[in-house]
Design a protein around this ligand. Structure first.
Ligand SMILES: Nc1nc2c(c(=O)[nH]1)N[C@H]1C(S)=C(S)[C@@H](COP(=O)(O)O)O[C@H]1N2
Ligand SMILES: [Mo]
Length: 375
């Protein structure tokens, strides 16, 4: 942390520090190295450190992308791997090999994947109402350039019928046992309208084949929706003429009355938590904002605990996934400050002062009180 703090003022110095990180010990459920300066590890999952995004480009480099695993990353042999489409709303079952996917017309898209529980620790830390589950800070999110076949192409090839209602993608990772109950393979139904709209069966991430941790050989990428919809290590997809369900739609990833669908509006500073900044000197504060419902149209920052707000600078062209922004700030005197960032998306949705509590701590959308100290 100290290293990052001192590197803050001299942009550019941070990159070599991060690239030359020491070799990490094997990390168990996740294959890729999880160096301490890039990740915060939470059991089988790992979140990205926001301060490490400073100076990075639009996409999160694959080796820095957060990982959320229910069990462990499986190593799948692509020669024997198959994706099987079946169900009563297809004319006939159909199986695709890896080469079949690669041979089909491909689409490339910048898409955000964010865990529905991202920011969950703030229910305790900021609102005093702890929620159960992985205590993510704000790093359970990433934007990558995904390339693959539109799910609609595969559904059309398999002859999806007019009476299709839901599709159920199933992962090939181990069955997930929670509190002694085997919930089976990770799977979650998608309504057919979404499945036919903008969902990808992705085999590439940032221009390379998917790495094991992110779903090799193929995963779903479901734009705007809670991360759990983007099933990794795809093995099969059921297409049914009735509503389908799974524990990931009936119990987990659900609010009282409905399964979670789109993600909410959030913002993060590319600063360490409790960053130390030199007083009496101008700093350019950088951050990013995003929403599952559409483009970000406005970002405001407050450096006085919300008494006054200033527009942050964003790019002129609206970004497809998250919106990078920056704003100048000169801390007038040494002491503690709270930095706030509040974004608004194209639907008019913005970030409230308080996120609505739910026991599993999903969709924390409140303006985050980011503590810094001017020294
Ligand atoms: N098969 C399978 N797919 C999965 C998961 C999983 O554990 N198994 N985790 C889901 C959750 S909860 C999230 S937030 C995203 C995370 O994607 P990432 O690990 O590539 O960042 O994958 C989703 N897809
Ligand atoms: Mo998630």
């Amino acid at each position: 942390m100290e290293l990052h703090t001192s590197a803050l003022c001299t942009l550019g110095d941070i990159a070599p520090l991060i690239r030359n990180h020491p070799a990490s010990p094997p990390s168990g459920p996740i294959v890729k190295p999880l160096p301490h300066d890039l990740f915060i590890v939470h059991g089988r999952s790992a979140e990205m450190r926001w301060e490490a995004m400073r100076g990075q480009g639009y996409h999160v480099p694959t080796e820095r992308f957060f990982v959320r695993n229910h069990t462990s990353t499986p190593i799948i042999d692509v020669r024997t791997w198959r994706l099987r489409l079946h169900g009563d709303a297809l004319r006939a079952p159909r199986t695709f090999r890896y080469e079949d996917l690669l041979a089909l017309p491909a689409t490339t898209r910048d898409v955000t994947i964010e865990c529905a529980g991202n920011g969950r620790s703030l229910f305790a830390g900021q609102q005093g109402t702890p929620a159960t589950g992985t205590q993510w800070r704000l790093g359970g999110i990433g934007v990558a350039r995904w390339r693959g076949v539109p799910l609609s192409t595969l559904l059309d090839l398999a002859g999806i019928t007019k009476d299709a209602v839901d599709v159920l993608p199933v992962g090939l990772d181990q069955e997930y046992v929670e509190n002694g109950v085997n919930l089976g393979h990770v799977r979650r139904p998608l309504p057919v309208a979404k499945a036919l709209d903008d969902v990808l069966v992705a085999y590439e991430m940032n221009g390379e084949p998917l790495p094991p941790d992110h779903g090799f050989p193929a995963r779903l990428v479901v734009p705007g929706w809670v991360g759990v919809a983007s099933i990794k290590w795809l093995g099969s997809i059921e297409v049914a003429a009735r509503e389908l369900s799974s524990p990931w739609s009936t119990g987990l990833y659900r609010l009282a009355d409905r399964p979670l669908t789109t993600q909410v509006v959030k913002s993060a500073f590319e600063l360490p938590w409790e960053a130390r900044l030199e007083a009496g000197r101008q700093h350019i504060l950088h951050g990013r904002s995003w929403s599952g419902a559409g483009h970000i149209v406005k970002v405001e920052v407050s450096v006085d605990g919300g008494r006054s707000w200033q527009r942050a600078h964003t790019r002129k062209r609206l970004a497809a996934a998250w919106a990078p922004w920056h704003i100048a700030w000169c801390p007038p005197a040494p002491g503690p400050y709270t930095l706030l960032a509040r974004a608004t998306d194209e639907t008019g949705a913005t970030q409230p002062v308080r996120a609505e509590y739910n026991p599993n701590g999903y969709l924390f959308d409140a303006v985050v009180e980011h503590p810094v100290t001017a020294v």
